[in-house]
Design a protein around this ligand. Sequence first.
Ligand SMILES: NC(=O)c1ccc[n+]([C@@H]2O[C@H](COP(=O)([O-])OP(=O)(O)OC[C@H]3O[C@@H](n4cnc5c(N)ncnc54)[C@H](OP(=O)(O)O)[C@@H]3O)[C@@H](O)[C@H]2O)c1
Length: 257
Amino acid sequence: MGQGTGVEQERAGGRVVLVTGGSRGVGRAIVHAMAAYGHRVAFCYRNDAQSAGECARETQDRYGVEPLVLQADVTSDDARKSLVDTVHRSLGGPDILVNNSGTTEDGVAIRMKEAWDRVVDLDLTAPFRLAQLSIRHMMSAGWGRVITVGSIAARLGFPGQVNYTAAKAGVEGMTRSLAQEYGRRGITVNTVSPGFVETDLTRDVGELARSYVEQYSALGRCVSAESVAATVAFLASEAAWAITGQTINVDGGLVKL
Ligand SMILES: NC(=O)c1ccc[n+]([C@@H]2O[C@H](COP(=O)([O-])OP(=O)(O)OC[C@H]3O[C@@H](n4cnc5c(N)ncnc54)[C@H](OP(=O)(O)O)[C@@H]3O)[C@@H](O)[C@H]2O)c1
């Protein structure tokens, strides 16, 4: 596809975007950024209908875009299929898939049992299955973007997070392979890996993580959900047509290699 300059071009028409876990935290900022680009946005949440409603109202008030809000547990095969089918029937596409839903469930590695499967199911298997379902539509359109929210944990390997670290490292591998497999169909595939963002997910480790970031990152401060979202929105744009198979760290310079 073309070599456009970015925001203006997207505003002209807009693509259909599906954001998983768009109701809160990083996902909500991604929904807003996509709406700001003029895309038609669908997002899902798992339980918290109130946050989903808030996100939808904010998106409408700020950007004049009414998102399609869907409840779906993306660890379920049936729910994933119904999610992508509903977006396709209602809006078309999806042209852009943003795999954002994710969780942590920390523990000592040698004692970890079901928490391994739960985290790998949500953070790695769900993004892959949703990519499979969405890429079919992108191939028909001859254009697509798959963007998965990873984590710098994949590079740094935090103790107590073997499940999360392995799943997010898997996302980076999935990204490289899908990029090679579907590049000639007009589809780019990338990972955006945040550093520490203050959200509900990180509430328990807040102070510890903040002081680590302040001490060791180049910028000496935490990153915002908006800075992650802006990177996702750029990678989804026409202007980013030449970037594929990459992992972009949005971490204030915490990862040095
Ligand atoms: N925060 C950070 O510092 C940080 C750092 C690196 C990477 N990340 C990554 O960024 C992404 C978003 O993190 P966050 O901090 O914004 O998380 P968050 O505040 O906990 O929000 C998680 C979102 O995912 C949804 N979700 C959870 N389980 C789901 C499921 N089974 N099916 C569908 N949706 C589900 C939640 O919906 P409900 O509200 O309905 O539960 C919510 O919308 C994750 O992939 C995370 O690993 C975050």
